[in-house]
Design a binder for this molecule. Structure first.
Ligand code: ATP
Length: 231
């Protein structure tokens, strides 16, 4: 199993955001975590990458228990992460934003990542020297995704990649995710917008109030996932 989260709990003071959740992601799969605002999707994914501590439970990655590992350590071990709200470094150039995801790797690996990503997203080349904060929302999401992809992660964690984007950008981001799938990348993606996300996923979990309501193949969870979208 590439990722195995067992009985995970995330608390913020008196608020329990994730309650005893267990999920698994096998190598090569794309798994969707779907749920309304506040369902606990970000808390779960942030606990997987190590940005928030778990108050209970464990996270295993490629067979090893990484529950005590730092966020940096998890990134070095092969996790790539694109946060919710397409957070880019606004004053840094587009190229530096993208390559910040591959820092710690050699120059040759960085050049390989950059030319591959520019082939996928010509906008990166066109805007390479421009501060990322000047780009449109859709373009910033491309930058955030490219940053997460630039280390060629084994596991790509995407937190609401479609949030607030126009259909044309949703199509582009979906296409990029398909490229990662073709490379054999394992993906865990959260979304409120179930429809476009379901078309990318092999399996999924529907989260509600920090708990799993339904799990199964994309077609098995479809009805519950779509209903949840309108809560
Ligand atoms: P969204 O789409 O709004 O990000 P989500 O499904 O990702 O929703 P979370 O962001 O994980 O959900 O939030 C789950 C619950 O935890 C919510 O009730 C939220 O208010 C609460 N929460 C999240 N972050 C914090 C925090 N830093 N401090 C206190 N409560 C928090």
């Amino acid at each position: 199993m590439m990722l195995a989260v067992q009985d995970l709990e995330v608390r913020y003071g008196g608020i329990t955001a994730v309650r005893g959740v267990s999920i698994e992601v096998a190598e090569g799969e794309t798994v969707l975590l779907v749920g309304a605002n506040g369902a606990g999707k970000s808390s779960l994914i942030n606990a997987v990458i190590g940005l928030v501590p778990a108050s209970r439970g464990s996270v295993r990655f490629a067979g090893a228990d990484i529950s005590a590992m730092s966020c940096d350590g998890r990134a070095r071990a092969g996790m790539g992460y694109s946060p919710e709200g397409r957070r880019v470094f606004a004053t840094m150039s587009v190229a530096d934003n993208v390559l910040s995801g591959a820092c710690g790797r050699g120059g040759a690996a960085q050049r390989e990542a950059w030319s591959w990503l520019c082939g996928l997203f010509p906008i990166l080349q066109e805007r390479a020297d421009q501060p990322a904060g000047q780009l449109s929302g859709g373009q910033q999401q491309i930058v955030a995704l490219a940053r997460a992809m630039s280390s060629f992660p084994k596991l790509l964690l995407l937190d609401e990649p479609f949030l607030g984007l126009a259909p044309v950008w949703i199509a582009q981001i979906s296409e990029a995710i398909r490229h990662m799938q073709k490379r054999g990348t394992t993906i865990l993606v959260t979304e409120q917008m179930a429809r476009p996300a379901l078309s990318l996923a092999t399996r999924g979990y529907v989260l509600r109030s920090g708990e799993i309501r339904r799990s199964g193949t994309a077609s098995e969870i479809r009805d519950v996932a779509l209903a949840e979208e309108y809560l």
